[in-house]
Design a protein around this ligand. Structure first.
Ligand SMILES: Cc1cc2nc3c(=O)[nH]c(=O)nc-3n(C[C@H](O)[C@H](O)[C@H](O)COP(=O)(O)OP(=O)(O)OC[C@H]3O[C@@H](n4cnc5c(N)ncnc54)[C@H](O)[C@@H]3O)c2cc1C
Length: 382
């Protein structure tokens, strides 16, 4: 995937940047940018990494990432970028782990822009996947699903939900992944909930009450469910890390123009070393987050054993750098930046990345357990 380093000059990047520029989405609260979503879908965004025999255009994940970066660094919306990352994650999950029948059934809709959601978090057990209360139980040859999910992106309008549930496998606790049509009997969904930031992304809750699930609707085997989930979530983490790096770009350009224009006593703001340092810190953060995320994605796609830890590092580092960049931008713009407007919205949006995609503590635990595994493996070789 290494050519993603040349993102700014690729023809794929140019094509999707032009589309994003022409969309000018409505970023007011409660307005998901459906026009942009439809335009990008129509231009073949979701088909890029999908083989031709499955309805795609036979490109690569490198090309998808080029398009993703071009869109995210143009549209100025953390919420929209999260939705792009979530949809790409679900498409890759199906490609990597779906049965032929599941690919036939779900892939065409996703490629046509039907929105998918991934529902892991529950009220009170968001961080601890092994404690999930949503439960899949045997019912003859099939299953039934009961439980709830909390704060799920696109829950109110998703047409496919990947639900993560606990189950028993040979009397041991296991993790099941269910591909669920949310229009099914027994599934309840809330309207979009009010949030501090990313108000352009509909976020809501889901309940499951005695929902019938066919064995063919399980993604992979429950015995391997946790391993599959780690692979799927890692893609999302790396893309979240990447979006943190890219979404700050237009705001950094605004800030550079602002400090070059705003002058007091004959000196523009960009002549002050303290102001320069803030801008340099933003650039350093964006660069390090971007390269970390691209490397982690590379490792994940080539099934490198260090990928799981590095995707967590990409997400954790990206969220930190984005939050810090938002505070620097606020400081640079002074009280002007604190007025309700694009920058204030961006600051609130940036804070969402502290919990969306997993908290620092959750990623630190994952990184630590990968460190322990590596240490044990190294000790065994000696
Ligand atoms: C904008 C947004 C979009 C989201 N979209 C989705 C989505 O699409 N799908 C989805 O499944 N979820 C989604 N979430 C939920 C998100 O994944 C969770 O908020 C996150 O995983 C943390 O879970 P929690 O909120 O339940 O926090 P909790 O688990 O209640 O944790 C609260 C605090 O305690 C710490 N903590 C908890 N347990 C431990 C522990 N064992 N060790 C150390 N520290 C601990 C946490 O790190 C955190 O700081 C979204 C959240 C946001 C804000």
């Amino acid at each position: 995937m290494n050519s993603a380093a040349n993102v700014t000059s690729s023809s794929v990047a140019e094509k999707f940047r032009d589309i994003a520029q022409s969309c000018r989405p409505d970023l007011r609260a409660g307005h998901f940018a459906w026009d942009a979503w439809r335009a990008l879908t129509g231009a073949g965004l979701w088909r890029l990494p999908v083989p031709e025999n499955l309805g795609g255009t036979g490109g690569t994940w490198t090309q998808f990432v080029e398009a993703f970066e071009a869109i995210v660094s143009t549209l100025r919306s953390v919420g929209f970028a999260m939705a792009l990352a979530n949809q790409a994650t679900l498409i890759r999950a199906l490609l990597a782990h779906g049965s032929p029948a599941q690919l036939d059934r779900h892939l065409p809709c996703l490629l046509d822009g039907a929105v998918g959601a991934t529902a892991i978090s529950e009220k009170g057990t968001g961080t601890e996947v092994r404690a999930l209360e949503t439960r899949l139980t045997h019912d003859g040859n099939d299953y039934r699903l009961d439980g709830h999910k909390y704060n799920i992106s696109h829950a109110p309008n998703a047409q496919l939900v990947l639900v993560v549930a606990s189950c028993s496998h040979h009397e041991k606790r296991a993790t099941a992944l269910v591909l669920l049509d949310p229009a099914r009997d027994g599934v309840g969904r809330t309207a979009p909930q009010e949030t501090l930031g990313v108000t352009d992304l509909p976020i809501g809750d889901i309940t499951f009450s005695n929902v019938g699930i066919g064995a063919h609707e399980l993604l992979g085997e429950p015995a391997a469910g946790l391993k599959l989930l780690m692979d799927i979530a890692s893609m999302n983490r790396a893309l979240f890390g990447l979006l943190c790096a890219d979404v700050v770009r237009p705001f950094l350009s605004d800030a550079l123009a602002y400090v070059a224009a705003r002058a007091t006593l004959g000196a523009t703001l960009d002549t002050h070393q303290h102001v320069q340092r803030r801008l340099v810190e933003i650039e350093i953060g964006a660069q390090r987050s971007r390269w970390m995320a691209l490397s982690a994605l590379d490792q994940l796609l080539s099934q490198h054993p260090a990928a799981l830890a590095n995707c967590s590092i990409a997400k954790l580092g990206g969220a930190r750098d984005l939050a810090q960049a938002a505070l620097h931008l606020l400081a640079i713009h002074g009280s002007d930046g604190y007025r309700r407007g694009a920058l204030a919205t961006f600051v609130a949006d940036a804070l969402a990345m502290g919990s969306a995609g997993g908290t620092e503590e959750m990623h630190s635990r994952n990184i630590f357990s990968q460190m322990q595994r590596t240490a044990a493996a190294t000790a065994a070789i000696r």
